[in-house]
Design a protein around this ligand. Structure first.
Ligand code: IPE
Ligand code: IPE
Ligand code: MG
Ligand code: MG
Length: 317
């Protein structure tokens, strides 16, 4: 079964809504806006909104759901456009990042533009908590990113790593699920179960992303690899590898050099068991995510959510 097959039509509606929201009459902004539409991502966040909404009351589904799904993708795009400035990244979704195609100042403003449009759409929804919930995501993510930035070049503890990825990805994916369920007026236990599922897949997703930064083929990933360490961000594979009694010191020595040999870092992460450790931790969260769905009605909708967890465990992009 294809990944988001049950919500394929709704995702097409989201893409259409996204194009409308980005349409610009001002010729200068139009160039940036057109560029933003050239490469689309995996649409995980809108798909979660839509899938979670299907677990609610079908009779109560309204255009709110499409609006919310569109808004979360725009919020995500805004964070990526800004994140590439912070991380000094050149490539995004297989194309030059907005900052590379235009400039850092244009990317700052393009991100602001996307945030503003997203919240305009949310302000037009009929259920008041939706806009508050989305604002909380941006707030939590910004605080997480600020603390990550202030930690630059410092080896974080594993505990602070988990806190950091909860703030930047766990809470966002949790909220996507809660937003969908709230827009469809699902019961509180259903919202909570979907929220737990989103939280756990979110943590697994970011651990997977941090692993892909070491292991992926950049042509498939659509963004460069080895980026995190280059900007002084210590992610789980490194945090774990540095603790190893034999290889930890070698890894630390290597990371102290001006231009660490990435292939050698990768080798040390393999032999120290750090790659396996990260995979196991991600799988643990995916198991917890599947378990969170146990009390929801079984059927194709629940299977599709399980399929998303399965995909996160094996993705290469
Ligand atoms: C990238 O998110 C940023 C992370 C939280 C890891 P995605 O992997 O969902 O990016 P796109 O939307 O598919 O480009
Ligand atoms: C995710 O972090 C970005 C945000 C959630 C703000 P990363 O820096 O790891 O994302 P990529 O790898 O650039 O997509
Ligand atoms: Mg980045
Ligand atoms: Mg990354």
């Amino acid at each position: 079964m294809a990944l988001f097959s049950l919500v394929a039509d709704d995702l097409a509606a989201v893409n259409q809504r996204l194009r409308e929201a980005l349409q610009q009459h001002n010729p200068v902004v139009r160039e940036v806006s057109d560029y933003l539409q050239e490469a689309s991502g995996k649409m995980l966040r809108p798909a979660l909104v839509l899938l979670a909404a299907q677990m609610g009351d079908a009779a109560r589904l309204s255009s709110d759901v499409i609006d919310v799904a569109t808004a979360v993708e725009m919020i995500h795009m805004a964070t990526l456009v800004h994140d590439d400035i912070i991380d000094d990244a050149e490539l995004r979704r297989g194309l030059p990042a907005v900052r590379s195609r235009f400039s850092d100042p244009v990317a700052v403003l393009a991100g602001d533009f996307l945030f503003a449009r997203a919240f305009q759409i949310l302000a037009g929804t009929t259920r008041p908590p939706l806009v508050d919930m989305a604002a909380e995501v941006v707030y939590v993510m910004a605080t997480g990113e600020i603390s990550q930035h202030l930690d630059h070049g410092r080896i974080a503890s594993e505990e602070s790593y988990w806190r950091r990825i909860e703030a930047k990805t766990g809470f966002f994916l949790e909220t996507c699920c809660r937003l969908g369920a709230t827009a469809a007026e699902a019961s509180i236990p259903v919202r909570d179960a979907l929220g737990r599922y989103g939280h756990h897949i979110g943590l697994a997703y970011q651990v997977g992303d941090d692993l892909l930064d070491w292991l992926a083929d950049p042509a498939v990933l659509g963004k460069a690899v080895g980026e995190d360490i280059a900007v002084g961000i210590y992610t789980l594979p490194i945090i774990h590898g540095l603790e190893h009694e034999t290889y930890g010191r070698q890894l630390a020595d290597l990371l102290r050099t001006e231009m660490p040999d990435l292939a050698e870092v990768r080798r040390l992460l393999e032999v120290s068991g750090s790659i396996d450790y990260c995979r196991a931790r991600a799988q643990g969260h995916l198991d917890a995510a599947r378990a969170a769905l146990a009390d929801l009605p079984d059927g194709p909708r629940r299977d599709e959510l399980i399929g998303v967890a399965d995909f996160i465990g094996v993705r290469d992009h």
